[in-house]
Design a protein around this ligand. Structure first.
Ligand code: HOC
Length: 367
């Protein structure tokens, strides 16, 4: 019997059995009655790839180039705040970073990670990492996060736009776990001089006051103009996460943004929206030569193939790797990522797409 499951349904079941109930409600839950979350997944059943034969797909090349960085595969791990809780020792971010090093699949590390970014980045090995920024209201603190990310070796900054406040998440409200979650995600703040300067006493002396101070500043509802200031902070590639409308893509370009991240946060933030996959083609069209990262609803290698065939440059895995982390730590995440990649590779072999360029040009039809 294999150590870890090879399909998502079994993996989710196995993960659900080991996660503490209040962590499970956070990982599994979404916004409202979770119709967007379900629709994200269901959207992948609405489209199919038309195979091509006699195409010389005996060998495949799954590599991509993103902002001049060569990556062996098109997958990445989405940022998930407080993901560390899914690991037995609560140091899940470090375990994920190790999985990134072993697989070449980059981690997009959340501002709300449970170990300081410097520590997490030190485990990436040769795999590049990206830093996801929840832009705080304190501009000096935002600048400090970006500078620290740059110093730690992160290769791009992903600015999340749709989570300056947490959405209406009934499962988390029912379990009452939000205060608990907030208590765990402050490592990057508590290791930052700019944040510490805001406090009268250190977090060790007065944890509650530190947490309250964090609540006041963590979420910033940015305006387009703010992007110029964020742009001025770094030469690293900047991506906007949460983009689902072509006009927003065009505006992003006007503000010097380098990449688009099409996502509805896995349906965790706002309910009632379109599945992210349905808006991907128009986002890709507006993006032109800007790379488009995609997440929301990917569960398997064949889902990733569809997103690529619909124009995504790189594809983000979210909940599956959280369950894999719960089930087997670094080992579990590596197993999941290698399984998803094996499925993607086999699909390309059988359906006749030797490279991702060929897959991107594949015909996709509504089922
Ligand atoms: C306690 C704060 O990235 C997610 C997170 C953001 C939630 C913040 C929770 O939804 O996965």
């Amino acid at each position: 019997v294999p150590k870890y499951p090879f399909d998502y349904v079994s993996l989710e079941r196995a993960g659900s059995e080991v996660l503490p109930w209040w962590v499970l409600s956070y990982v599994a839950g979404g916004a409202g009655d979770e119709q967007t979350q379900r629709a994200n997944v269901a959207a992948f059943r609405k489209y199919g790839i038309v195979p091509r034969m006699l195409n010389g797909a005996y060998e495949r090349d799954l590599s991509i180039s993103l902002f001049g960085i060569d990556l062996p595969t098109p997958l990445f791990m989405c940022p998930i705040g407080v993901i560390g809780l899914c690991a037995l020792d609560f140091h899940g971010d470090v375990q994920i970073a190790k999985a990134a090093a072993l697989t070449g699949v980059p981690m997009v590390a959340s501002t709300l990670m449970m170990d300081p970014m410097e520590e997490v980045a030190s485990h990436f090995g040769d795999t590049p990492g990206f830093f996801q920024l929840y832009t705080p209201r304190d501009r000096d603190l935002a600048a400090s996060f970006v500078a620290r990310a740059e110093r730690s070796g992160f290769k791009a900054i992903v600015i999340t736009l749709d989570t300056w406040t947490t959405g209406w998440r009934p499962r988390d409200l029912n379990t009452g776990n939000l205060p608990e979650l907030r208590g765990y995600c402050l490592e990057n703040y508590f290791t930052d001089d700019i944040f510490l300067r805001r406090l009268d006493r250190s977090p060790k002396e007065d944890l509650n006051a530190a947490r309250l101070e964090w609540l006041k500043i963590w979420g910033n509802s940015l305006q387009w103009e703010d992007l110029d200031w964020l742009r001025s902070l770094t030469k690293l590639p900047l991506l906007l996460k949460g983009i689902c409308h072509p006009d927003d893509v065009r505006r992003a370009r006007d503000h010097g943004i380098d990449g688009i991240y099409c996502s509805n946060h896995g349906g965790r933030q706002a309910n009632g929206g379109l599945p992210a996959l349905d808006v991907l083609p128009e986002v890709v069209e507006a993006a032109g030569d800007m790379p488009v990262l995609f997440d929301s609803g990917i569960r398997s290698g064949s889902d990733a193939a569809k997103a690529i065939a619909m124009g995504a440059t790189a594809v983000g895995i979210g909940r599956p790797y959280a369950y894999a982390l719960a089930v087997g730590g670094t080992d579990g995440v590596v197993h999941y990522l290698r399984s998803a990649l094996a499925e993607l590779d086999l699909l390309m072999a059988i359906d006749g797409f030797p490279t991702l360029r060929d897959l991107a040009a594949a015909e996709v039809r509504a089922v």
